[in-house]
Write a protein that binds this ligand. Structure first.
Ligand code: FAD
Length: 354
């Protein structure tokens, strides 16, 4: 079965929906193809205690404010899933699921999108597939020697799976700090970070981060000095559970170990820690394998972009993966602006739908 549309959006998480909102406003003919069976993107798969680092009003997609969650300043992941499900229904966004895109190919004037349920031909494609689906695990000597459980942030659900166990959490970012805080009470926890953890001031949450990202964008747009943006503030948002564990002295970090050994890990000086499980909170990479046929991969697996548009394939836009596709574009509140720019750019390329 071959379908023809003006635009195919790949991915029906928040980024794909924000794109859909603006494509609809501009009157373009499009479809959103999403590999999940149900709405919500990656938010459906996060650990149980995850809460947003911003209040609901600062976590909204274009057009519709996220409602507050009763009793919670910072909404939980299930609340986000419900918001996204409501969002796509409210705007009647044409999401097809589950449809997994296998490859995007050049086909004369068009791009051909091959999926596990048919083929779409389009004038333009927006890739909005996120990062959750490509966990990053660093290469560490002795990996095959460790005989305990090993998992990544993407597989972690909650402390009940580890009660009473010796657990090593690796990673000094938000996921590492939050999962360490989650495990600090019921496990024998070792938290390992590459450099000493950098907590943001307690009064800084996602609102301030977004303001910092916006100030940076404005400074760069006006060719003023780079303000350094979010990274200049620190790495870890002191969300309430992190703050509480830290204040109780439960979140002290050890430096990174040098190798894995049977039953645990070892530091340079020969010190060892035993572990039943190691949880790698070491980040994600953009999920871009479906774009491989276009042969656009550049440094660090990123595709070079001007705004959201791929430099070497102007019919392709990338949305939501990180700052390289627009400041704060991998956040709920930040994806609206690059989504609007992508939709406008595509409208100029393909013209109105007749
Ligand atoms: C632990 C964690 C906490 C975060 N906390 C916050 C926060 O508090 N506030 C905030 O604003 N942001 C936060 N973020 C960042 C960001 O908002 C999320 O990562 C968000 O899920 C990104 O949305 P997305 O739509 O870009 O990607 P995703 O949510 O991953 O959605 C991508 C969709 O594309 C689909 N897909 C992937 N590959 C294919 C394919 N080949 N074919 C078809 N479909 C495909 C996926 O199945 C998925 O449905 C957090 C991120 C993480 C990892």
């Amino acid at each position: 079965m071959t379908n023809t549309v003006q635009v195919v959006v790949i991915g029906g998480g928040q980024s794909g929906l924000a794109a859909g909102y603006h494509l609809r406003r501009l009157g373009l003919d499009f479809v959103i193809l999403d590999a999940q069976s149900t709405p919500g993107g990656a938010w459906q798969h996060t650990w149980d205690s995850l809460h947003l680092f911003s209040p609901a009003a600062y976590s909204s997609l274009p057009g519709r404010l996220m409602p507050a969650q009763t009793g919670e300043t910072y909404p939980d992941a299930q609340h986000v899933v419900e918001y996204l499900a409501d969002y796509e229904k409210r705007y009647g966004l044409p999401v097809e699921r589950p449809v997994r895109v296998l490859g995007v190919h050049r086909d004369g004037e068009l791009l051909r999108v091959e999926t596990d349920s048919g083929t779409w031909l389009a004038r333009s494609v927006i890739s909005a597939t996120g990062t959750w689906w490509r966990p990053f695990l660093p290469a560490v000597p002795g990996s095959s020697d460790f005989d305990g459980r090993r998992l990544h942030t993407a597989q972690y659900r909650g402390p009940r799976d580890f009660a009473g166990q010796r657990v090593i959490v690796v990673g000094g970012g938000n996921s590492g700090a939050q999962i360490a805080a989650d495990l600090a009470y019921d496990t024998e926890l070792t938290w390992v970070t590459q450099r000493p953890p950098r907590f943001l001031a307690d009064d800084i949450d996602g609102r301030a981060l977004f303001d910092a990202a916006t100030a940076r964008r404005r400074a760069l747009d006006a060719s003023r000095t780079d303000t350094g943006g979010v990274a200049s503030l620190g790495d870890i948002v002191a969300v309430p559970p992190v703050r509480e564990a830290r204040d109780r002295g439960l979140l002290t970090a050890s430096p990174m170990f040098t190798r894995l050994v049977p039953g645990g890990v070892e530091w340079t000086d020969g010190t060892r820690a035993e572990a039943d499980a190691i949880i790698w909170c070491t980040g994600f990479r953009p999920a871009l394998s479906h774009l491989a046929p276009l042969q656009l991969r550049g440094r660090r697996g990123h595709i070079a972009t001007a705004g959201t548009r791929a430099m070497e394939e102007p019919r392709l836009h990338l949305l939501g993966y990180g700052d390289w596709t627009g400041p704060a574009s991998a956040t709920l509140i930040g994806v609206g602006r690059p989504a609007r720019e992508a939709a406008r750019d595509i409208a100029a390329l393909v013209g109105p739908f007749l």
